[in-house]
Write a protein that binds this ligand. Structure first.
Ligand code: OAD
Length: 253
């Protein structure tokens, strides 16, 4: 399907980075089971106590700094290189798609690699700002916040518009490692479906999309599925008649 469709788009979430050592948000091991998002990821909480929120953000930052792209990130790079992936819309702020080498990446929830001043809007690379004294501040003395979308904040306009455009124009959407609970990102597969796209979900667990709009569900880790997809594509390109052994039977539709 991937090689026959005209425009393939991937929507990724925290699940794709789990095997890079970054915990997902939901579930028993998720970040939100340890931290209340309303206390640590809401813009009002940040404004009322930036020091407290920054203490936790600094911990997340250290996890992101140690993380390396895994075989799922690398497979998406290969899919793009082969010309079968138009772009990735990611909800992740860990930069691992770009670290792996993906070129067309829409950062729907911003990036933890940048900081933004709440007063003047100036942006900094996080590597140029010391976190020895919290909260870090801008040259204008405003407070710096990670340039990620907190609850209560809008999606950056350019990212939102481009993601919606891609959702409308794609004819095949891979929905990878997201619980599809958080709006408006969760509307993107619905928008794609409404515009005629086929939806394939790659997630070891079912989501609210699985039994509603998903056409094909592969319930396995992205680090297993995506490299297998690349192998299958390479095999099909080399010898289309001799690839049956690559296709596994656990594809449900
Ligand atoms: P969630 O933590 O809600 O969901 C992660 C999904 O990944 C779950 O459905 C898991 O089953 C799945 N998963 C786990 N391991 C996987 C693997 N190896 N391969 C594939 N899938 C796997 O994370 P998101 O859906 O990304 O928002 O969360 C959406 C948003 O909620 C985040 O962007 C963040 C959070 O609050 C902001 O920070 C604004």
């Amino acid at each position: 399907m991937i090689i026959s469709f005209r425009c393939v788009v991937a929507l990724t979430g925290a699940g794709i980075s789990v095997e890079s050592g970054i915990p997902a948000f939901r579930g028993s091991q998720g970040l939100w089971s340890k931290y209340d998002p309303m206390e640590f990821a809401h813009i009002d909480a940040f404004i009322s106590n930036p020091h407290k929120v920054w203490n936790v953000m600094k911990e997340f930052g250290a996890i992101f700094d140690r993380a390396k792209p895994n075989p799922a990130h690398k497979a998406l790079v290969e899919l793009e290189r082969l010309g079968y992936l138009n772009c990735i819309i990611t909800q992740n702020v860990d930069n691992l798609h770009q670290d792996a080498g993906s070129k067309a990446v829409i950062e729907y929830h911003g990036s933890a690699r940048r900081l933004i001043c709440l007063s003047c809007g100036k942006k900094y690379r996080s590597s140029e700002i010391s976190l020895n004294v919290l909260p870090p501040t801008c040259i204008c003395s405003g407070i710096l916040k990670p340039d990620v979308v907190f609850f209560g904040e809008p999606i950056p306009k350019d990212a939102r518009m481009e993601a919606e455009r891609q959702a409308r124009i794609c004819d095949f959407m891979l929905v990878i490692g997201t619980s599809a609970i958080v709006a408006p990102a969760s509307y993107l597969p619905i928008m794609a479906k409404e515009n005629g796209a086929t939806i394939m979900e790659i997630n070891p667990e079912g989501t609210s999309l699985t039994r509603t709009i998903v056409d094909y569900s592969i319930q396995e880790s992205a680090t297993v599925v995506l490299p297998n997809i690349i192998k299958a594509i390479q095999c099909l390109k080399r010898n289309p008649l001799n690839c049956k052994s690559l296709f596994r039977p656990n594809l449900t539709s």
